[in-house]
Design a binder for this molecule. Structure first.
Ligand code: KIV
Ligand code: ZN
Length: 515
């Protein structure tokens, strides 16, 4: 059996998904969960892109020790310096440097000749190996590049010291046969290929990202780059869980295995979905809510007689267990702490205390509290701006009007510590809430997206609301969790405003530093 290394890029390419902006605390928690999942490399971000990204990559590298932490850099000294500075304290840091190699990118985006691109690629790898021998080089848009040009440039970057060579299907254009063929072509013609690992990185524009990634193994790839739930630019990246399970279930075909803890898949998928606000479609392979639901009578009958009739994946394999211990009213702090540890929830003492309090409040209303509820309550405490710097909901009252006009009265605490309240009407309760919050803020807010989902099934489920808003020239997302959809809506909006304010403050600090 060959070993396939899993390079997770949820926190870099995944975070580039439209509308996603993760808080540093959320990124760290996802990183810790990826470590638990057992990925070989996690790409934590693109440090040169912003101060926030730099700090978040640095924090992840300082925390994660069991897997390699990578940072992306363009082929410039500045980018490589920033990448190294951010990851250098990590266990096994990797600099990931890239440049485009396709004619369309070289001519129209880079405005460089192929010779200049080769020179820059070689220079950038030579510069990066001054810091570490763990250097990955990527040929952006490799699948639309000339294969002989790839042979030339790959030979030269390996000579310069690259130990991993990544051939991305940046625009999701390749077919599985072509992609495997490209890997085979390079493996056969690059004379020093034995000194580097080949890596696949696929986007899903034609829905072929997972198929292409798996095909690359037949062509000789030893590393696959992917994201949790397949999130990423445009149609997304190859989905980690689909690749991992395909390799496990069809081991005989691929003759390759990963070092992943497959029973962490569901938990990782849910955590990423919760923090990014990107819902997993119910019919998504492996982690979709319906992936193990048998609807038709014939299928149900078959599964009752023998599960193998219609089930190729055991739910327990990915960490879906029907007999998980459910907590309730009589569960104490000790049982609750054990459950949190089992769920991978990491909170400081103050937040743990708050989480326990919220859990107890929930048990007053409900007989049973599920893992999903606890994860939702914990997520509500992570990445939230609290205390003096944030708006906080103090009370909310809504009168539903039979003619469609509702009235909301809301009290909030401002970042300056003042208590203010307002009332407004709207065509419906949610609009009334938003109009009222608008009155409480000095600048206009534009609601760009509003989504609601329930944490579990059942009438007493917690409500989770995701919003995307524009405020003070920035777009931000927010999340609110409450027993009531209206409470969740108000919290989500204030969360988005608080996150935008962090960006506004960071911009102001940057501007002051520049003057
Ligand atoms: O898709 C791509 O080409 C990338 C590179 C930066 C590796 O994400
Ligand atoms: Zn990509």
């Amino acid at each position: 059996m060959g070993k396939i290394e899993i390079f997770d890029t949820t926190l870099r390419d995944g975070e580039q998904s439209a509308g996603v902006n993760l808080h540093a605390d959320e990124k760290l928690e996802i990183a810790c969960q990826l470590e638990r999942l057992g990925v070989d490399v996690m790409e934590a971000g693109f440090p040169a892109s912003s101060r926030g990204d730099f700090l978040s990559v640095q924090r992840i590298a300082r925390t994660i020790q069991k897997c390699s932490v990578a940072a992306l850099a363009r082929s410039t000294k500045n980018d490589i310096d920033a990448a190294w500075e951010a990851i250098k304290e990590g266990g096994n840091p990797r600099i990931h440097v890239f440049i485009a190699t396709s004619p369309i990118h070289m001519e129209h985006k880079l405005r460089m000749t192929p010779e200049q691109v080769v020179q820059k690629a070689v220079e950038s790898v030579r510069y990066a190996v001054n810091f570490t021998s763990n250097v990955e080089w990527s040929a952006e848009d490799a699948t639309r590049s000339d294969w002989d040009f790839l042979v030339e440039i790959v030979t030269k970057v390996i000579d310069a010291g690259a130990t991993v060579v990544n051939l991305p299907d940046t625009v999701g254009y390749a077919t599985p046969q072509e992609y495997a063929g490209m890997f085979r072509y390079l493996r056969e013609r690059v004379p020093n290929i034995h000194r580097a690992k080949l890596s696949a990185h696929c986007h899903d524009d034609l829905g072929l990202a997972v198929a292409n990634s798996l095909a690359s193994i037949e062509g000789g790839a030893e590393q696959i780059e992917c994201t949790i739930n397949g999130i990423g630019e445009r149609a997304g990246n190859a989905s980690l869980e689909e690749i991992a399970i395909a390799l496990a279930i069809r081991k005989q075909v691929y003759q390759a295995e990963t070092g992943l803890e497959l029973n962490q898949i569901v938990r990782t998928s849910r955590l990423v979905s919760k923090y990014t606000g990107l819902a997993v479609p119910p019919n998504k392979a492996v982690v979709g809510a319906n992936a193990f639901a048998h609807e038709s009578g014939i299928h149900q009958d078959g599964v009752l007689k023998n599960k193998l009739t219609y089930e190729i994946i055991r739910p327990e394999m990915i960490g879906l267990s029907s007999n998980a211990i459910v907590l309730g009213k009589h569960s104490g702090r000790h049982a609750f702490r054990n459950k949190c540890e089992e769920l991978g929830i990491q909170l400081d003492d103050e937040r743990f205390h708050l989480l326990f309090k919220h859990f107890k409040e929930l048990t007053e209303k409900r007989k049973e509290v599920t893992d999903e509820d606890i994860m939702a309550l914990a997520a509500d405490l992570t990445g939230k701006e609290k205390g003096t710097d944030a708006y906080e909901l103090v009370f909310l009252q809504v009168h539903y009007g039979a003619q469609g006009v509702s009235t909301a009265t809301i009290g909030i605490k401002t970042p300056e510590g003042e208590f203010v309240q307002e009332a407004a009407t709207g065509n419906g309760s949610v609009e009334a809430i938003y109009q009222t919050i608008q009155r409480l803020l000095p600048e206009p807010i534009e609601l760009m997206d509003y989504r609601i989902q329930s944490t579990t099934s059942g009438i007493d489920s917690l409500a989770e609301v995701y919003v995307k808003v524009k405020h003070q020239g920035h777009v931000g997302t927010g999340r609110g969790i409450d027993n009531d959809v209206l409470g969740a809506s108000a919290k989500a909006l204030l969360d988005a405003i608080n996150r935008i304010m962090v960006k506004v403050r960071a911009g102001a600090v940057l501007a002051t530093n520049h003057h």
